[in-house]
Design a protein around this ligand. Sequence first.
Ligand code: ADP
Ligand code: MG
Length: 563
Amino acid sequence: MDRLRSALAQIDGCGYKAYKSLKGSYLFNEFKLTIDHVQGDPYAAPSRVSIIVSSDIAGFPVHLWETDTRKVALEDFLGRAVKRAIGQYVKGHRGIGKSGDVAIETGGQQILERNAILLSSEGVEIRFTVGLPARGRKILAREAEEMFFRELPRVVHDSLLCRNLPTDEISRHVESAEDQTFLRNWLSEENLVAFIADNSFLPRRSGIDDRPLGASALPFQTPNTLSRSVTLPNAGPIRGMGIPVGVTLIVGGGFHGKSTLLHALERGVYNHVPNDGRERVVTDPTAVKIRAEDGRVINDVNISPFIDNLPFGRNTHHFTTENASGSTSQAANIIEALEYGARLLLIDEDTSATNFMIRDERMQALVAKDKEPITPFLHSVQELYHKYGVSSVIVMGGTGDYFEVSDNVIMMDAYVPHDVTQEALQLARPPRLRLKTTTLPVIMSGATRRPTLEALNASRGHRETQIDAQGTHCLIYGEHEIDLTRIEQLVDVAQTRAIGLLILYYAKHYHRAFPNMIDGIKHALKDIEQRSLDILSPYRIGTLALPRAHEVAAAINRIRSDS
Ligand code: ADP
Ligand code: MG
């Protein structure tokens, strides 16, 4: 402590580079502070600092973090507490550039495994950034002293010591996450692919704001015929709507809440914070949102089960394009989801290619089969379930064609779901002659795709590697700028960063060993599970969050060979 104080006194007014001498560890009363990396100038990325509070001082009882789910939830809670305390105690801007800023990465509405806060038997460690203050290029040591000796100790004291935190809130956070994980595991025992508890709040504030809509939201009400009850380990008995395996159709008038329901299901692969409204909405963890994505790149994907006989005899068993159409992109998205091992596909008419989803009799009569390369999803959706156990939830308000192939039909009426399966069945026409000659087996067994090592080269110009997320949906990877705009289940920029580093890790460690890319990615994720996110970076950073294998693969699948 005194050492840091005198070191600061010595460099006061010196050129900015003198800050470099601070690198190292310092003992404070309640914690150890380590300056891991010092920024080169006041405008550069801020300095990386970490703090460890030993377990006897932090005092978190073991039962609060003894399982993986509880540990991730408690870390999540503490990250948010640290962030709040920073807002309260850190003055912020002190000089030029990023001078005076202190920042920690925390999540939005989801609870993700991250490396900004780490609990262990030794204690709790936080990683954050500090803009070391300067005026002109001269060190403002007094200001730095304020930050290290007044602000940070208060932040730590208020947010990392169990006795100073609201224990009831911590328990609620941890227990809620545990209930969610329980619920998600319970789904498969019950032959369900999703569950939405009564009184959940599904609508969000806006298309770009993931927080709950608030007082005007109508709480979810379960139709009796789809009602399921379950007893949660912490919250006790609850009731809600179970969506069974098979094909489920969601119908209803425009603006009646169909897409809102589907969006909630997309996010149900993650745990949510208490009061989100979706903390009892869970989905099969392998669920993948499938949409059209025209313009995307497709690298050697066998889309022939859906699309064949392209004009001029183009091969769809190894389909490659820099500029996919709506239907070819949606087909590729399905095949890639199946490679990943998705057991549930989520599809919304709003974001689908019509010609991929349906083709009615009159169009069949007009355009002969040999002139139409697309076998609509309508003709595969039942087979996908019966042969391969892959369920679908499809939002389709504009046509009754899916009545014939749906096991359950839910109608959204002014945000209230009704089971209209019987009515829909009566309206369904007798199964007509199927057009298709199915080649589904090919996709299931032939998943031996992997990118070339060259495509995974992360170097750029004179730099050995350049990997960076520019927002959640843009990943810079070497020379490539990967567009993830339409990867809707990617929720956090920290996941995007981790994906970039994971691609590099996969290329280094598992590309060669596995002819199948997804197997290699899954091995990389297993390494993280056994060790930690830290294996991805040689530096101590706190800016990563865990993605699913699917989103990692999605990024690799969108690398363009021409960029
Ligand atoms: P659809 O897909 O059926 O056309 P949306 O799901 O897009 O309808 O919902 C239409 C609007 O209704 C959206 O603005 C959404 O936020 C709102 N909304 C959806 N569900 C609810 C609800 N339970 N309570 C209040 N508003 C809702
Ligand atoms: Mg809609």
